[in-house]
Design a binder for this molecule. Structure first.
Ligand code: SF4
Length: 323
């Protein structure tokens, strides 16, 4: 724990110039540096949305509302929660800055895919909503762990170099111990290898350490549309997390200095806003030429165009190499 404590500290007024990172920004870089460049350096933000994003935000919001009722020791008003789930909310969500549509509107907006079974869980959205209803009734009924904080914002300085910032879906407390909970709307649970040093929970653990002075006792992914759960951060994660953060920040710095952000085409391109195979991509759909041609119906390793490092080199660096 001491090694972690040596690397973090609270944000002060003098830190305002430090670059700010969230877990998802780091994850984007790890998955594809070129996507990171488009999104965070060139600031190519699009209003693209998807059924997965919209339904995810709605379910998070409904669980947050239940959490606040439980924490206030009120009787859970399931009629109110069901109304939110069905009709959404008229005010703008604080975190997403979007109006949340309810299931009845989402059903109409995404009618082509609403009744389709997904390729991983085999469930349609109607079936997933039924599972979510079960989860909603089961969650936060634990008499040992007290669900205390919801959408908890955090920020701290890592290594005197960057500010790490974000929100934790839920923090449970039991006898001075903490448990961080992240709601996932994925179609399937994670491979075990992804859990051992989860960057997301590692960062949340640092946030808990910075705020409460201890590391969390548990880190739980709760899969709310397939009613499943997994625990992250296995023995020795602290050292592995330091290594992982050093590596990702080192790689980001090196890419920035060379101005080279190499594309990493994988099946994930199909969900990238800069990829023409993504049916939900809009204004930036033709931005990337290096995309993988993989689609759920045509599983191929082919790419549209191979990356050529020399072709994409910054002219100053290229000149240095040539002469
Ligand atoms: S389409 Fe693929 S390679 Fe291109 S930016 Fe997106 S994730 Fe990267």
């Amino acid at each position: 724990m001491q090694e972690l404590l040596n690397r973090i500290r609270p944000v002060t007024e003098t830190d305002k110039e430090l670059p700010v990172f969230s877990y998802s920004k780091l994850e984007v870089f790890k998955n594809c540096p070129l996507q990171y460049r488009y999104k965070y350096i060139e600031k190519k933000y699009s209003q693209d949305t998807s059924i997965a994003l919209e339904l995810g935000s709605l379910c998070h919001y409904v669980l947050e509302q239940k959490g606040r009722m439980v924490a206030a020791k009120q009787k859970v008003d399931y009629d109110k929660l069901n109304n939110i789930l069905l009709d959404g909310v008229s005010e703008v969500d604080e975190k997403t800055k979007e109006k949340l549509l309810g299931v009845s509107q989402l059903k109409r907006k995404y009618f082509e895919v609403w009744h389709e079974a997904d390729n991983a869980s085999g469930a349609s959205y109607d079936e997933k909503i039924k599972l979510f209803d079960q989860v909603l009734h089961k969650e936060m009924e634990d008499t040992e762990w007290e669900s205390t904080y919801f959408e908890r914002p955090f920020e701290f300085v890592w290594d005197n170099k960057v500010i790490l910032k974000g929100f934790i879906d839920r923090i449970d407390v039991k006898d001075g111990q903490y448990r961080t909970v992240d709601y996932k709307t994925s179609k399937k649970v994670y491979e075990q290898s992804k859990l051992a040093t989860s960057l997301q929970f590692g960062i949340y653990a640092l946030a808990i350490l910075n705020e409460f002075g201890v590391l969390p006792a548990e880190s739980k992914y709760r899969f709310i549309l397939i009613d499943d759960e997994q625990y992250a951060l296995t023995k020795g994660w602290e050292k592995r997390l330091i290594k992982a953060l050093d590596k990702v920040f080192g790689d980001i710095e090196a890419s920035g200095k060379k101005e080279i952000f190499v594309p990493k085409p994988t099946p994930l391109c199909h969900w990238c806003n800069f990829c023409q195979t993504n049916p939900e991509a809009t204004i930036y759909r033709n931005e990337c030429e290096y995309f993988s041609k993989w689609t759920p119906t045509q599983k191929t390793f082919e790419v549209n165009k191979k990356w050529n490092a020399l072709e994409n080199m910054n002219p100053t660096t290229k000149r240095k190499l040539v002469f």
